[in-house]
Design a protein around this ligand. Structure first.
Ligand SMILES: C[S@@+](CC[C@H](N)C(=O)[O-])C[C@H]1O[C@@H](n2cnc3c(N)ncnc32)[C@H](O)[C@@H]1O
Length: 224
């Protein structure tokens, strides 16, 4: 049972604002699924930190922070980003993105948070390969993995999965599986390739379905 009180109204307002101001990275399906996962880990008392790997301008970070706040959960949110955009693509990505695409600064993340008077996240600037191993908290309750590319997903999984608390979850953005969700758009095929290699077959990654072309995977660490 989720107890929100007045926080629910604020989330409705924020939801509208995010779709207007940050529609390049968030949509109603994404917001709904992330909210549900954060609510679940809080309701079930899953211990550990909340992290986002690839935060860009901090839109989803603000949503996660605000859902936690509305639930009265003050654990910090940790974000990891180069703040210089994407690294080079590799052949596993099957696409070429210019080095530095999707670049946003730490100041932009702060501005996103200031607009809603929220406590900013703990920011870990740098390439995942250099920051995750020593910077990630020892135990993770929820992680939003949104690094777009194969190499970024490989290192994100390697560092996050072993730290997941029992019942803890990862949402894998851009995990597109048209067999499970025919509406999905395969924008970044390297993400699913990295997940398939990491988890093997049968995969424990659940495909989340939305009203639109959602490309989302969900991995929950078994409780026992
Ligand atoms: C799609 S954007 C993230 C969007 C954000 N999660 C949201 O929902 O608003 C991808 C981000 O991942 C970052 N990124 C990707 N690979 C990275 C890596 N290997 N190291 C550091 N940052 C990386 C990019 O800088 C970019 O900001």
């Amino acid at each position: 049972m989720i107890e929100y009180g007045a926080g629910a109204d604020v989330l409705d307002e924020l939801h509208r604002w995010l779709l207007t101001e940050h529609g390049e990275t968030v949509d109603p399906d994404r917001l709904r699924h992330v909210r549900a996962e954060v609510e679940r880990v809080v309701a079930q008392g899953v211990p550990g930190a909340v992290v986002e790997l690839g935060c860009f301008r901090g839109a989803m970070t603000l949503w996660i922070r605000s859902v936690l706040d509305a639930l009265g959960d003050d654990r910090p949110v940790h974000v990891f980003d180069s703040f210089e955009g994407l690294p080079d693509t590799t052949e596993e990505d099957e696409i070429v993105m210019p080095l530095g695409a999707m670049s946003a600064s730490q100041a932009e993340v702060l501005k996103t948070f200031e607009a809603w008077h929220r406590t900013p996240p703990v920011m870990h600037p740098g390439w995942f390969e250099d920051t995750l191993h020593d910077g990630l908290p020892g135990q993770i309750a929820f992680g939003y993995l949104d690094g777009d590319l194969y190499s970024s997903t490989v290192v994100s999984l390697a560092e996050c999965v072993p730290r997941l608390a029992p019942g803890g979850a990862l949402i894998l953005d851009d995990y597109a599986d048209p067999e499970a969700n025919p509406r999905t758009v395969v924008k970044f095929p390297g993400v699913k390739t990295a997940c398939d290699e990491y988890f093997g077959r049968p995969t424990p990654v659940e495909v989340l379905i939305g009203e639109g072309d959602l490309a989302y995977g969900r991995y929950v660490r078994p409780s026992s």
